[in-house]
Design a protein around this ligand. Structure first.
Ligand SMILES: NC(=O)c1ccc[n+]([C@@H]2O[C@H](COP(=O)([O-])OP(=O)(O)OC[C@H]3O[C@@H](n4cnc5c(N)ncnc54)[C@H](OP(=O)(O)O)[C@@H]3O)[C@@H](O)[C@H]2O)c1
Length: 326
């Protein structure tokens, strides 16, 4: 199938997404929208795109040529814009986290059901070939019962109050920006934990810069971490009763993994196409062609459960955004 894409919020990730989309046959960007018309025109020209440049997001939602909207704004706008886009008849791929809290994600999911529009959180790592393969090997019992996961996402960032990452009004902080990935991995492999213990270090603006999370399951544990205060090796380690799997750094965009079993280590190489956003784009195309409103690999239920975990962690570290306060 061929999809006509529109993009909302022309920042860093929007640029990378466009580059990956151009690698796929049949997928076309037909319009982009920014809060500034000049910026939208410049984005088209920088990326050698033909199409409409809009100076308002609503104008893009009204464009009859657009099938699906990719929402690439800061987190605090994801809910409002996803709902607006679906109510205008568009399918939606929305950046992670899909909503800032469970109540937002619930409203988005309800709108997808009401409007019968496809909607997916852009949890791109779910479609990474290494992660797909690792999940199927674990499900097939290749490393026995998983008893321990150790995963993190660390990226040293200059603490700039003007950056969206440190701005509570834009739902900033390490947890929702990068901590979401290790939480996703533990959830993907082990499901919902019985209990969570989380600790955070907060910046003066009130958002977290470091968060550690311990997930307890009946017969397993996961230790997870996210930080803007340092880098880390970002090899995800999954230990089982019959072997271990190490997902290559940076594991959320891995190009392979190592299985350690019976005293031997075997490497599997799985190079990625583009930066790796190609796979989530193909998933949207595949599911929309089938007439589905969600992906079975990263479903509405998955997004709801993931945000429930994030809510609990936020509750424990005291991360509340100004717009959430009564
Ligand atoms: N999947 C991934 O690998 C990945 C990587 C990075 C980020 N992300 C996600 O993508 C989203 C955007 O991240 P980004 O790094 O691309 O951010 P960014 O560079 O700051 O761009 C965000 C864009 O959103 C628009 N925007 C609307 N209201 C805004 C406001 N009040 N303040 C700032 N920008 C506003 C702006 O576009 P206009 O000026 O054109 O309206 C801005 O350029 C986040 O939710 C993040 O979690 C995903």
């Amino acid at each position: 199938m061929a999809l006509n894409w529109g993009i909302v919020g022309l920042g860093k990730i929007a640029g990378k997404f466009v580059t990956d989309l151009s690698l796929l046959n049949g997928q076309r960007i037909v319009a982009v929208a920014s809060r500034s018309h000049d910026k939208a025109k410049e984005f088209l020209s920088t990326h050698n795109l033909n199409g409409n440049a809009y100076g308002s997001y609503q104008a893009l939602f009204n464009d009859p040529n657009v099938d699906i909207i990719y929402i690439a704004t800061p987190h605090h706008l994801h809910c409002q814009l996803s709902i607006q886009a679906m109510e205008c008849g568009k399918h939606v791929l929305c950046e992670k986290p899909l909503g800032v809290n469970r109540s937002e994600v619930k409203k988005i999911v309800e709108t997808s059901h009401q409007t019968k529009r496809f909607m997916m959180e852009a949890l791109w790592s779910r479609f990474n070939p290494s992660i797909i393969k690792v999940k199927s090997l674990i499900d097939a019992g290749e490393i026995g019962e998983v008893s321990y996961i150790n995963a993190d996402f660390c990226h040293l960032m200059l603490k700039d109050e003007n950056s969206r990452l440190f701005n509570p009004e834009l739902a900033g902080g390490a947890l929702l920006d990068i901590g979401i990935y290790p939480v996703f991995l533990a959830y993907l492999i082990l499901g919902m934990p019985q209990t969570i213990t989380a600790n955070g270090n907060m910046f003066r603006t009130g958002v977290d810069t470091q968060t550690s999370m311990a997930f307890k399951y009946k017969n397993a544990m996961a230790t997870l971490f996210s930080s803007f205060e340092s880098f880390s090796d970002m090899v995800a380690k999954i230990y089982g009763t019959k072997g271990n799997i190490y997902i290559n750094k940076r594991w959320h965009e891995a190009d392979g993994f190592v299985i350690e079993k019976d005293g031997e280590k075997n490497m599997t190489d799985l190079p990625i196409v583009g930066k790796g956003y190609t796979y989530e784009i193909q998933e949207c195309d595949y599911q929309i062609a089938k007439g589905n409103i969600e992906s079975n690999l990263w479903s509405h239920k998955n997004s709801l459960e993931l945000v429930s975990l994030l809510d609990e962690i936020r509750n424990q570290i005291g991360l509340v955004f100004p717009f959430e306060k009564q």
